[in-house]
Ligand binder design. Structure first.
Ligand code: ADP
Ligand code: TRP
Length: 329
């Protein structure tokens, strides 16, 4: 069975971008693949979080994974820092990663702008750690949102380069994957860009109904269609993206027709989106609360996941050590 790996950094609650861009695919893929889903706590250190924030966010994401429907019986759910083999592979991959190519990664350049006083080596080598996460399990598919494309390209380069340097076929080249069709970008509610924690334009899976409604009703629009069958401006296309991912096909087509004949009322469109998002989020929110209150269960699941992930990682690492010329253990 093909192996699938993905992770999310523990930097707060999951939002709809995370859900539609990644976690929804995790839930669907667990039935068809050998899946390992983790919480990328090492990656979160690039921005120096406080220990209590890491502890809280790690527990939150674990509860949210479970609440969304990832099953510990089907998939391996673990915390990245519990599986130390990843670090050893990270070191080996770093030896074959070049400064120039790492400096050209857009997310690195963004971080240099955002935190000029903390341009640390971990930020620079973020893509090699991500590649190690994936290659340690020889994963072939990685469910991630569109913004991770460049990191995924690096993971393929490092897999290929390792194989070439040692003349082996050790690592398959991992592909980004989205269960729908193509990688998805969930827009923000402020009219531009993507939904993201740092941009403060998110709807969270843990969010209460009134707050969801308020945020959707405040989403940026324009003054209305200027005629029939006009192309949709970005802010309006964004609202239709929400309809597309959260509402039924019929609902989408109903509003699409209204747009095309020029009779659309944005208030109605937003009410519909708010209702459909609320219906989606409400049961997940309740389950998050349940899981969050059962820390014994969360710990048990994380420990069990760590054991399974360790087994898979140790197997690859033995092979890699031997290829490099080290004793297998
Ligand atoms: P954030 O941008 O809020 O910090 P992360 O970068 O931690 O979110 O993303 C975790 C996962 O969720 C990744 O797979 C990423 O591609 C996906 N993701 C995040 N935001 C979006 C979005 N707006 N649309 C699609 N996928 C997203
Ligand atoms: N870089 C990913 C993000 O910001 C998180 C991540 C770390 C990841 N390691 C990974 C995703 C391995 C997929 C596979 O969202």
């Amino acid at each position: 069975m093909e192996t699938v790996v993905s992770g999310i950094r523990p930097t707060g609650n999951l939002h709809l971008g995370n859900y539609f861009g990644a976690v929804k695919s995790f839930v669907q893929m667990q039935h068809e693949y050998n899946c390992l889903f983790f919480i990328a706590d090492w990656h979160s250190l690039t921005t120096r979080p406080k220990p209590e924030d890491i502890i809280r966010s790690t527990r939150t994401i674990l509860a949210e994974y479970l609440a969304c429907g990832i099953s510990p019986e089907k998939a391996t759910i673990y915390i990245q820092s519990d599986v130390k083999e990843v670090l050893e592979l990270y070191l080996y991959l770093n030896m074959n990663a070049y400064l120039g190519e790492l400096e050209r990664v857009t997310t690195f350049k963004d971080k240099v702008r955002q935190q000029p006083n903390n341009v640390n080596a971990g930020l620079l080598t973020y893509p090699t750690l991500m590649a190690a996460d994936i290659l340690i399990h020889k994963a072939v598919k990685v469910p991630v949102g569109k913004d991770q494309e460049q990191n995924m390209e690096k993971a393929r380069v490092y897999a290929r380069r390792f194989n070439t340097i040692y003349g082996v076929e050790c690592f398959p080249e991992p592909a980004s994957f989205s269960f729908g069709d193509k990688a998805l970008k969930v827009p923000g509610l402020d009219g531009s860009g993507k939904m993201g924690k740092s941009d403060g334009n998110c709807i969270y899976l843990f969010e209460e109904e009134a707050s969801i409604r308020k945020k959707v009703m405040r989403a940026v629009t324009d003054s209305g269609p200027t005629g029939q069958n006009q192309p949709k401006p970005e802010v309006i296309q964004n609202l239709f993206t929400f309809l597309d991912i959260a509402s039924s096909r019929d609902t989408y087509e109903y509003f699409d027709e209204k747009w095309n004949d020029g009779s659309i009322r944005y208030g109605d469109l937003k009410k519909q989106i708010a209702e459909d998002l609320t219906n989606l989020i409400a049961p997940i929110r309740e389950k998050i609360k349940e899981f969050m209150s059962d820390t014994v269960l969360l710990d048990k699941i994380a420990r069990h996941g760590a054991e399974k992930a360790h087994e898979s990682a140790a197997k690859t690492l033995r092979e890699v050590r031997e290829i490099i010329g080290f004793r297998p253990e």
